[in-house]
Design a protein around this ligand. Structure first.
Ligand code: UGA
Length: 451
């Protein structure tokens, strides 16, 4: 007799939860996606993610139509039928930088009420080391024999589907090794169907794939996730520190990192200097790691430096521009890019927003524009900052423009046309993504970060 296909519940429909739910449903499993936010659920029911994510909508539409994915706000019926429960709820930070785990524990407690004996609870949310142990203790108090797995997520916003289909590694952390192979087999089913899923999502995947599966201890898995993000943040702050020295010495940080990164032991990725990192992950994961280390009497000075350096970058760029404009007071400046990176509508902890706010505080008249994040950034911008609906509207008669997100529409913009639209000619490439000579050739004055 054929083995019954497992049923799965995914708690939380953010970037991680919705991507996981959609891909498991595409792989053929019956999946319930649980969220308390009715507005999100309403969008999902119509086959639409409530955030911008490449390739997700065609998949979502497909699995909603064939009823493989059922969105719901109630734990009651779906959790009790589920063999696997994925926890993908948010872990925001507290004002002191530590992780706020209230959603994590609320989800685990509520799930425990409804889970059947022998179910597997899989933690995908980023949590400080030691969290899983506490949840396991909670589960062990019941007679239900729930197995707990730590399965941290490495996908990036904007490329979540592609990253999951083209993963470098899947980490399954467990203390008893019991359900590890079953969880791996869920991922292997997605992997087996990766090309068909990518085709439906209209994404191009490389033909070969060398993703690895790692079985680790539960606490190691928790630390792997934050260590990976912390190291990437460290690379960025390192590049930004050297960029400041390059500025003082007439060197070019892009030339430096192209060559330094050509060493395979180092690698070129995440060595791009600029306005610093932002988003819903790096800033909070770095502060969360510092705080969790402090709880164990470990002083992670290196990560405090990473965070401090990152914080200085928007101000550093504003100062460079100010030196050229003499004063920012009364100057009209445009900040192009409010998303924390291209390919997303997310403006959380966005360096572009931070820079716009600093320029405003220093007396400039600031107008901003982003092709996807205007709406999400609105509440983060200081009063009096205008939000334009087009690039043209933003750059019109400005003394200076600042490019803070590497959106293709900015990269492709006709520089000669831009020079004509502006009043002044200061072009601040806050991400070092433009060809300096081409900008200068268009009659603009180029400023980069470490160039
Ligand atoms: C990051 C990690 O890359 C993912 O592996 C991880 O799963 C995710 O956090 C998470 O914990 O959920 P994400 O925040 O989506 O993903 O974005 P990244 O592409 O990593 O970029 C983060 C920030 O660093 C952006 O603001 C980006 O502009 C900036 N960055 C990146 C630089 O300033 N320089 C670089 O060289 C690279």
């Amino acid at each position: 007799m054929a083995k019954k296909q497992p049923t799965i519940s995914v708690i939380g429909t953010g970037f991680v939860g919705l991507t996981t739910a959609v891909l498991l449903a595409e792989a053929g499993y019956q999946v319930y996606a649980i969220d308390i936010d009715e507005e999100r659920l309403a969008a999902i029911k119509q086959g639409r993610a409530f955030f911008y994510e490449a390739g997700i909508n065609p998949l979502l539409k497909h699995v909603i139509e064939n009823k493989r994915l059922i969105p719901t706000s109630s734990y009651v019926n779906c959790i009790s039928q589920s063999d696997f429960i994925f926890s993908c709820v948010g872990t925001p930070d507290n004002p002191d930088g530590s992780s706020n785990l209230s959603y994590i524990f609320a989800a685990a407690k509520e799930a425990l009420v409804h889970m059947k004996t022998g179910a597997v609870y899989i933690q995908k949310s980023t949590v400080p080391v030691g969290t899983g142990e506490k949840i396991e203790q909670l589960f062990n108090k019941s007679k239900k024999r729930i197995d707990y797995i730590s399965n941290p997520e490495f996908l990036r916003e904007g490329t979540a589907i592609e990253d999951t289909l083209n993963f470098d590694r899947v980490v399954i952390g467990s203390e008893n090794g019991k359900s590890v192979d079953e969880v791996i087999s869920l991922y292997k089913t997605i992997e087996k169907n990766r090309q068909a899923i990518a085709k439906r999502a209209k994404l191009k995947l490389p033909a070969g794939h060398k993703g690895e599966y790692f079985k680790t201890g539960r606490n190691s898995a928790e630390l792997i996730k934050v260590t990976a993000n912390a190291f990437l943040a460290l690379k960025i702050s390192f590049a930004n520190s050297i960029a400041k020295l390059a500025d003082k010495t007439g060197a070019d940080i892009n030339e430096i990192m192209d060559v330094v990164g050509a060493d395979r032991r180092i690698g070129r990725a995440f060595l791009n200097a600029g306005r610093g990192y932002g988003g819903g992950c790096f800033p909070k994961d770095v502060s969360g790691l510092i705080s969790s280390a402090a709880d164990h009497n470990v002083d992670l000075q290196i990560m405090t430096a990473v965070s401090d350096i990152n914080f200085t970058m928007p101000g550093y760029i504003a100062k460079k521009a100010q030196a050229e404009l003499e004063s920012l007071t009364g100057k009209r400046v445009a900040v192009l890019g409010l998303a924390f990176k291209a390919g997303t509508s997310d403006a959380r902890r966005s360096p572009g927003v931070m820079l716009a706010n600093i320029l405003k505080r220093q007396g400039a008249s600031v107008i901003t524009y982003d092709p996807a994040a205007n709406h999400e950034a609105e509440n983060e911008l200081r009063i009096g900052i205008d939000v334009a609906q087009t690039i043209e509207e933003a750059v019109n008669k400005t003394d200076a423009i600042f490019i803070t997100t590497e959106w293709p529409v900015f990269l492709r913009y006709d520089l000669k046309k831009l020079a004509k639209q502006m009043k002044g000619n200061l072009f601040v490439d806050a991400m070092n993504v433009f060809n300096k000579a081409a900008v200068q050739k268009a009659g603009l004055q180029y400023i980069g970060v470490g160039r």
